[in-house]
Design a protein around this ligand. Structure first.
Ligand code: AMP
Length: 192
C-alpha cells in the first residue's frame, strides 16, 4: 500500500506517519523532514530554501519533486510509502502520479485528516511551547506569523488536492480531531 496523508499543518500527518512506520514497516517520505535535513547539513539547496520555509511559504515544485524522485529511485519501499506533506500542489500531484507510473507502483489512497482551524492553531502553538519547555529545538516556522502564511498556502495551493483525489476515486477522509489512537484506527480501516 502506498498512501498520501493530506491535511493542513498541525493536522497530525507526521505523528500518524511515524506510527505507520513503527507498526507496518512503511517508509515515511516527508518533504518537510528532507528539507530540514538539507538545511542542517548546509547544502546549497538547504540554504536556498531556509528563508522560504521560515516564512511559511512553499518551496518550488522542482525542489520537492527532485527530493521525492531521489527517494523513490533508491527503491526502499518496505511495507509501502507514506507521502507526508507531499504533494502540496497540483503540479506535485501530477508529477507523483507520473513517477509512480514510471516505477510500476500504484497510489492506493489519499487520506485526508480533517480538522478545524482553531484547533490547528492551538496545536501548533502548543507544539512550540512544549518543545521549548522540554529544552528541545522549536521549529522556526512554528510561530503565529508563519502559521498564518502556512495555512494560507494550504488553502490556496494544497486544498485543491482534496477535489483532485476525490475525482480520481482515491480520497478517504478521517476525523483528525479524534484522539491519536482513534485516528490511527480510522487509518488502519482505510488500509485494511
Ligand atoms: P512540513 O514539515 O511538512 O510542515 O513542511 C515544512 C515546510 O517545508 C513547509 O512550510 C514548506 O516551506 C516546505 N515544504 C515541505 N513540503 C513541501 C512541499 N511538498 N512543497 C513545497 N514546500 C514544502
Amino acid at each position: 500500500m502506498n498512501i498520501i496523508l493530506l491535511g493542513p499543518p498541525g493536522a497530525g500527518k507526521g505523528t500518524q506517519a511515524k506510527r505507520l512506520v513503527d507498526e507496518r514497516n512503511m517508509v515515511q517520505l516527508s518533504t518537510g523532514d528532507m528539507l530540514r535535513a538539507a538545511r542542517t547539513s548546509g547544502t546549497e539547496m538547504g540554504k536556498k530554501v531556509a528563508e522560504v520555509m521560515d516564512r511559511g511559504d512553499l518551496v518550488t515544485d522542482e525542489i520537492v519533486i527532485g527530493l521525492i524522485r531521489e527517494q523513490l529511485e533508491s527503491g526502499q519501499s518496505g511495507g509501502g510509502y507514506i507521502f507526508d506533506g507531499f504533494p502540496r500542489t497540483l503540479a506535485q500531484a501530477d508529477a507523483l502520479a507520473a513517477l509512480m507510473d514510471e516505477l510500476g507502483q500504484t497510489l492506493d489512497a489519499a487520506i485526508e485528516l480533517q480538522v478545524n482551524d482553531e484547533v490547528l492553531v492551538e496545536r501548533i502553538v502548543g507544539r512550540a511551547r512544549e518543545a521549548a519547555a522540554a529544552g528541545e529545538p522549536v521549529r522556526a516556522d512554528d510561530n503565529e506569523e508563519s502559521l498564518k502564511i502556512r495555512l494560507m498556502a494550504y488553502y490556496k495551493q494544497t486544498s485543491p488536492l482534496i477535489g483532485y483525489y476525490y475525482a480520481k476515486g482515491d480520497l478517504k477522509t478521517v476525523d483528525g480531531l479524534a484522539s491519536m489512537d482513534e485516528v490511527a484506527a480510522s487509518i488502519a480501516r482505510v488500509l485494511a
